[in-house]
Structures are given as structure tokens and as C-alpha cells.
Design a protein around this ligand. Sequence first.
Ligand SMILES: Cc1cc2nc3c(=O)[nH]c(=O)nc-3n(C[C@H](O)[C@H](O)[C@H](O)COP(=O)(O)OP(=O)(O)OC[C@H]3O[C@@H](n4cnc5c(N)ncnc54)[C@H](O)[C@@H]3O)c2cc1C
Length: 511
Amino acid sequence: MSALETALAAWRSALGEAHVVTEPEALAAAETATFATTQRIPAILRPANTAEVQACLRIAQEHRVPVYPVSAGRNWGYGSRVPPRDGCVLMELGRMNRILGYDEKLAYLTVEPGVTFRQAHAWLRAQGSRLFITSIGGSPDASMVGNALERGDGRGPHADIFQHVCGLEVVLPTGERLETGHARFPGARAAPVFRWGVGPSLDGLFSQSSLGVVTRMTFWLARKQPYFREFFCSVDEDAQLWERVDRLQALALDGTLRSSFFFWNDIKALSVTQQYPYAAVGGRTPLPTWALEQFREGFGRWAISGALHAPDEDMGAVLERRLTTALEGLSRPLHLSPPPPDGESPFQGVPTDANLAMAYWRKRTPRPEEPHPDRDRCGFIWCSVALPFTGEEAQRAVGMAERVPRLFGFEPNLALLAHSPRCLYLVVAISFDRDGRGEDDRALACYRALARELSTAGYYPTRLGLQAEGDALPSADDSAVILRRLKQALDPAGILAPGRYEPGSPEKDSE
Ligand SMILES: Cc1cc2nc3c(=O)[nH]c(=O)nc-3n(C[C@H](O)[C@H](O)[C@H](O)COP(=O)(O)OP(=O)(O)OC[C@H]3O[C@@H](n4cnc5c(N)ncnc54)[C@H](O)[C@@H]3O)c2cc1C
């Protein structure tokens, strides 16, 4: 028997026949992302608990069969469930979907990796909780843990999601188990509320990494505030935008804006409201300027959106005044929505799939009731980089992100996200139709050109997907060697997610 066949027999006896999937249809679905990939997956493992994850990894190590873990596997735009290397067995953690801990006063929730944003939101509502999770623009059925491990970005006061987690339980590729922070001490009372513990802090080692499988995580939540208003404002000219970026950064730093806020360009806004108007433009792509200008008449060139939170109406009124002053001078006034019933809003934890519409922008078939971009052959690639939070830096990076997609026949779909008072994310979406001839190749070429131009200018990625495979980031220090040494120490057989966030080969670095 081959090593794989022996391992499959061992996994079947550890998990039960039903949880080692080898049906061709299921494998083909797991091998499909929102851009072209060639990796094949020989089987899918579905462990139900930490002990089963340990057993799976011990078997993988013994037989030297690589395993790629995902939680809900909705990493759309970054490679979905497809492993970085051919022949990896997929480990899906969706069955581990228990909520393990919750405290209303101390505002935390401890979950397994299969817990989705939709599930956590519904669960908190059922408790009558005033707490809320950070919601994302991606699928409500994405995993909170998978998202946090990728250092995802969300809406609300905890936009930097990984900044608000602690107490990880991790299974190492050897099958050993470790817990981070105080969680490693028996009976530790402060494990879910104190991140650092004693000694080296290990949490970061397991995010954007191939060093362990995370089987539990505690999320610190925010509490709904008595005063809450969503705001929206549009900007007609680029020139007016950069100054507003600086003014809003100042409001983030002084605490007026404590929740995330966003700057969306016209194309991004258009792509969530409708699909590409093929008929109106005679089938031409990319979108002609006149068609975009028609849309801008109602919308503007950029939209700024976010939310204000305060412990009472008086403080809320002060925040409103400060925000109104910062946005003065625009042709369209700041709009503040009335408070939503029971404070239910995407800025207060309500998951929504509204933004998934942008993955269907270039499709010629209508967007289905239940979007699933892998299944529907949507073409979608993210390119996300970090910038210092200034209007000048935003202008420079946006200039590149506006130009490069057009060279490849795509519309620039851009967002600037206030990730913290110091850091902005520039997030570019390349949206295309995988059924269009040559589109897969053109979109990947576009991604590579854009990522290269941005990194040459000093704007490096916030996270990587399969689209970045083979493009080793340059390093100016010894980090590549040290990261390789860490991988060797924790994963001596090299069986966990080979190629995922691993630095390039030594030869490549010295080229
Ligand atoms: C239109 C659209 C909008 C989006 N908006 C956002 C957004 O606002 N914010 C955002 O962050 N993302 C966004 N995304 C990207 C993506 O959909 C989300 O990041 C989503 O949360 C990732 O899927 P998941 O949570 O199911 O993670 P998974 O796919 O389960 O995991 C992601 C990766 O993390 C690793 N991993 C997962 N689980 C484990 C584990 N237990 N142990 C070790 N490693 C693990 C693996 O490398 C895996 O590939 C968007 C995508 C689309 C298409």
C-alpha cells in the first residue's frame, strides 16, 4: 500500500468511515477557488474534537502525508479551501462548532473553529446579550477562528480582529497540544481575559502560519452602546478625499471615531448594487468612462461610511458635531441614519452577505439567492496592502491601484479601511468571470503586476493567498532563515500546510 492508502486506513479507524471523504464530487468542489488552481486533494478529513485532530496529525506525521487545515473554508479571493501544494489532504474543522465559554460582564466568547459569524450572532441574540462580534464583508458562514487566524478585518470597534483574541488551543504537527497565555496553567481563572500569560507570548506564531492547527480561541467582544448611528457621506472629487482621510485619521486618534470606517470608490459601490451593465455598453469591457459617470451622478466618486458609538445621547451629539466639522466643505452633506431597532447593524455584529455581490460583478448569469463564488465560477482576487494613515500615502497607493487593473482590462475596485488610527488598508478586488476566455490568466497577471508595483513602492501585503504563491517577498534581515528554523523545529516532517506563509527558498532570497 502507498503511504497515502495506509494513512487513509488509519484516519478511517480514528474518525469513522463517514468522516474521511474521497468522493470525486466533494474533492472537485474543494479543489475549486475563485481563480485558476491546479492542486489536487486526495481526501478530506472531518475531525470532531481536539483529540481527533491530534490523532489525524500523528497519522500524517507517521506516514509523511501533508495536511492542510481550514475552518469553514470560505477564504474567497485568497484561494478558498485549495492547499498551496498538490497532494495535501484537506482537514475541515466545521464539525467542531461548539461555543465553549461566554461572559456577558467581561465580554468574551470562546469558540471552536467551526463556529461561524452567523452562528455566533444568532447565539448571542438567543442569550439576550448586549455583546456583539465583529462582522466581516465576507460570508456570514465563514469561520470566526479562520478569519482571525488570517488576521482578517471587520466592522465595529474591533476591526483588527486578531488584536482582540486570546487563549488559543493549538495542536502542533507532531500531535502535541499547547494553550497560549494563562490557559496553559491548570484552573487559571484569567485565561480568557489576559492574553500575555508568563514568558514568551505565542499567539502570533499561529496566525498566518503553518505551525499548528488552532482548535479553540477566545474573542473579546464589544457591547452595544446606548447611542449608535451609522454615517455616510460622498465625495465628488479625488482631490477632496485626501484631506478628509487626514481629518478622519485625527478623529480616530482622538477617540471620536472608535469604530472602523471605510472609503469606497465608485466601482466598488456600483459592483455591490448591480452586475456589469453588458447590454448598456454593448458588451465592452472595462466599463467606459461615460457609464461610470452616469452612476457617479447619484453616488459621487468616493463614499465614506462608518458608525458612531457613545455611552449616552449627549456624548453622541458631541461626536456628531466633531464628525460634521471634519467633513465640512463637501457638496453633499453628511448623512446619519436613525438608530436601527435593537441596535442591529453590520457595525454591531449583524453578518450580511450583501458585499458578496461584488464577486458576481462580471458574471453574465444573475447572482443567486445563496451566493457561493467557488461553485458559481466567479473570478475574484484580493490584493490588500498596509499604508501609513495619511492622505498623502493613500493618494500615492491609490494612484497605482487605479492604473494597473485598467492595463489588464479590469475596473479598479478599491477600498481604504481604517484599520487603526495609524494604519490604513488599501484593499483592491479584481473581479472577473472565470467562464470568459483568457480571464483566469489575465486576472492573475494583473494581481502579480499590482502586488509587485505596490511592494516596490513600500506597500506590503496584509495577508497572502494562493495567488501570491511563488512570489517570495524580499527580506532585508535574517527572518527567512529564522522562520525556516522555526518550521523545522515545530513541524520536523513538514506535513502541515507546506508552502503556506513559508518564506522562499534560500537560493531565491539571495537572488
Ligand atoms: C466579497 C468578499 C468580501 C470579503 N470581506 C472580508 C472582510 O471584510 N474581512 C475579511 O477579513 N475577509 C473578507 N473576505 C475574505 C474571506 O472571505 C474571509 O476572510 C473569511 O473569513 C475567510 O474564510 P473562513 O473564515 O471560512 O476561513 P478559512 O477558509 O477556514 O481559513 C482561512 C485560512 O486560515 C488557515 N486556517 C483556518 N483555520 C485554521 C485552523 N483552525 N488552524 C490553523 N490554520 C487555520 C488556513 O490557511 C485557511 O486557508 C471577503 C471575501 C469576499 C469574497
